[in-house]
Design a binder for this molecule. Sequence first.
Ligand code: KIV
Length: 261
Amino acid sequence: MTIDQLNAMKGRDEKFSSITAYDFSFAKLIDEAGIEVVLVGDSLGNVVQGRDTTIPVSIDEMAYHTAAVKRGIVDSLLISDMPFMSYATPTDAMRNAAILMQAGAQMVKLEGGEWLEETVYQLTERGLPVCAHLGLTPQSVHKIGGFKIQGREPQAAAKTVADAQLLEQAGAQLLVIECVPASLGKILASELNMPVIGIGAGPDTDAQILVLYDMLGISPKLPRFSKDFLQDTDSVITALKNYAKQVRNGAFPGPEHSFFE
Ligand code: KIV
């Protein structure tokens, strides 16, 4: 899977799916299920390490999990999260993104808006593909004041769209948008050329992403925007395939998984 193929899917109005993975065995199953994009998320801080936030996750830990996931993947596009403070300056970003790319990532994901314009430009100029991440950005949880819906006010929604456009112009090739009203997810997908991957952003983004342990019902508390796909089957690969199918045919996410103003 390449970014060109994802762009072509957006052009044909074909939805694609994405899931987080942290190890070889699950990555292999996700790849075999035909999920187009695999993210080594820094959510590993929560679901693998049992921490309250993603803030303690280090670049070495991200590289370790990226290398493990890479060994399980044949077809999917592999994105890795840049962890907290690993891209505080463009120089930090280039050094740390190189570590993830050398571990096997094909793209890196960074949380933040306007302040990342120069960093995204410098990374992409040097051949490092970038996925932007806006809306609820968990690495900023203490600044935001909790894990809550973003972009509800018209001004905040407009700022999110402006930031996304700026980052696209700077070179970003994918956007993850997390926990925003469905109306904002829809606007982003129509205003941007790059594919928009939503999580808690309604049904109208170009793609969906879920945290693996949520969609397998392993997480202690299922977020409202997620769904336990293992509830109707006792096979993990069937659950993964059902998720991909329901994203493709628009059955997931439903209104019960979306936020409205
Ligand atoms: O770290 C992660 O798992 C993520 C997804 C929630 C998009 O960034």
